[in-house]
Design a protein around this ligand. Structure first.
Ligand code: TXA
Ligand code: MG
Length: 310
């Protein structure tokens, strides 16, 4: 893949139109969602989908999440009924991905699902993502817009830092509000496949599956070492050791604090941006303990992967 000029597209009708023109040709456009930036390509176009794997340097063809504007469009590609349908009705649009059986005549490139009989579907709530999907008029395959194994991007600058020269454009929607990838649920019976931006407690209240801490079930492609900064990461640190920078939580001395007031929603939104900034200092990163409830579960999942041996 040669080096191309990556354009920055404005968050207005002209930017959305330009993004649609590029996507329709099979080019790749990073776009904002409320969770993280996605690297979008036409989910029906095998060439575009292959380009996503190439740009990210993904080691294997893991299945990708397919983004659609609403439940009706989701039902054209996946079979949604029973408890999965109830979760969709309750939490879409929002940071929830559902893995369901492929629908007859779905039209997706088999690369999107890695040849599986199921598909991961998400309806993002971000207004710019909604505009883009509506104007494009088809499904967009979109993993997080970062090189494989690195920290997920929550700003256009993060996307450029990892993928400039490899993708056609970035649609600039500013920073992402949630800051953690979507929660993934699927299987029969429904199970939590990846903790994420929709807290387990909320899903249980909506009659979804119980979040089982340490459950052996994971989405394929959930490698232990993932979301990795270049620097070493040490967890559950109450203070920095010599040479380390400290990522704090709650009232404490630190180099950067995820949330000085101990708010897990604020901490989730800050997580990847703060890791990017501390990583740029080129020193090992110590991270304060984070409570393992609410969005804290997804934060701790990402931190364990960041700290895993690689
Ligand atoms: O918030 C998000 O979910 C972001 C934004 C851009 O929407 N997307 C994202 O996509 O995180 P990605 O590709 O990085 O994560 C996709 C996850 C992978 O762990 C993959 O294995 C799982 O979804 N997945 C996709 N299709 C699946 C399937 N048919 N069965 C099980 N897991 C699947
Ligand atoms: Mg990712």
């Amino acid at each position: 893949m040669g080096v191309i000029t990556t354009r920055m597209l404005k968050r207005d009708a002209s930017g959305v139109d330009a993004a649609v023109a590029l996507l329709s040709r099979g080019d790749l456009v990073a776009f904002p969602t409320e969770t993280v930036y996605g690297l979008g390509g036409d989910a029906r176009n095998g060439h575009a989908v292959a380009g996503i794997f190439a740009a990210k340097g993904r080691p294997s063809f893991n299945p990708l999440i397919v983004h659609v504007p609403a439940l009706a469009a989701a039902r054209a590609i996946g079979r949604l009924d029973g408890p999965a349908l109830r979760l969709a009705q309750r939490f879409w649009p929002g940071p929830l991905t559902l893995v369901v059986p492929l629908a007859e005549g779905h039209g997706l490139s088999p690369l999107v699902t890695a040849g599986l009989g199921s598909v991961a579907i998400r309806v993002p709530a971000h207004p710019l993502a909604q505009n883009l999907l509506g104007a494009f008029g088809g499904a967009l395959a979109a993993p997080s817009a970062n090189p494989s194994g690195r920290i997920s991007p929550t700003t256009p600058a993060h996307v450029l830092a990892g993928l400039e020269g490899k993708i056609a454009a970035v649609l600039d929607g500013g920073p992402c509000a949630v800051g953690l990838e979507s929660t993934i649920i699927g299987g029969t019976p429904l199970a939590l496949l990846r903790p994420g931006g929709l807290a387990g407690e909320e899903i249980e209240a909506g009659a979804g599956p119980r979040a089982q801490p340490g459950s052996a079930i994971t989405a394929p492609g959930q490698l232990a070492s993932h979301y990795a900064p270049a620097a070493a990461v040490r967890l559950n640190a109450n203070c920095a050791q010599a040479g380390e920078v400290l990522l704090g939580f709650g009232p404490m001395q630190s180099d950067l604090n995820l949330s000085a007031s101990g708010d897990l929603v604020e901490a989730a939104a800050n997580l990847f941006g703060h890791l990017h900034r501390l990583d740029a200092k080129g020193r090992p990163i110590a991270v304060a303990p984070i409570p393992d409830c609410g969005l804290g579960r997804a934060i701790n999942d990402r931190l364990r992967r960041a700290a895993a041996p690689r």
